[in-house]
Design a protein around this ligand. Sequence first.
Ligand code: NI
Length: 264
Amino acid sequence: MTIEEQKKDIFKKLWEQYAELTPQALEISGLLKSQNEPVLNDHVAFRSVAFPGFGLKEVCAPFLNLGYEIKGDYNFEQKKLDAVHLESTDPQDPKIFVSQIKFKELSKDAQKILEKALYYVEPVGGVDLLLSGRFWEASHENYKKLYQESEYAAWFYAFGFCANHFTVSVNHLNKYSDLKTLNDFIESHGFSLNESGGKIKGSKKVCLEQSSTKASLKTLKFSDGEFEVPSCYYEFAKRYKTEEGNLYQGFVTDSADKIFESTN
Ligand code: NI
């Protein structure tokens, strides 16, 4: 396969896995397409843990092999996360946003839960890692304990490696190229938006406006039974030109901080 074919293949598989976890994304993209709107991805996001084999570095590796480059890094002190974003040489490709929770900054109890789950399993390498989901044993009991400390850590413990969200590029829409208009359209079809920090995070001034749905609920099999937990959400991003006249390609920490809460 050429690099182009590999990229197409991996994004197709990631979308299929994500749509299964997030039926609302499939419904919303369908609604937009039924209005003849082009649905292009601004970025795809992944979560990880700074634990050997399970971190940001491992998630970035397959994208670097596909010609992506790391273009920005971010720190979320309160949520104990760092993140990077990657861009492809082909501007048609979605950007990639990869975050990781700083394992060593978690409480001893949380570290123990994650270590017990991750230490004895071997992550696959390459693009397969991105689709590998959860391949360790997890209990709902431990999920709840992690959730109390870090929603992010609990989410990763339950779902593992998969796209956490896809993001519609609002710039490419015609009728709904204003984020408020798009939000109203989505809400009018019965979907709820994440209101943490307001429905629209960011502004024209910071060159990026974002909104997102509240995560779907998914019934997962844990070692102690089946339980419904928040899965993934759909995001909408509108980018503006910087003072230099180029469309801003980065991310805004304050906004991303609130977007993370879509899975709360
Ligand atoms: Ni995002």
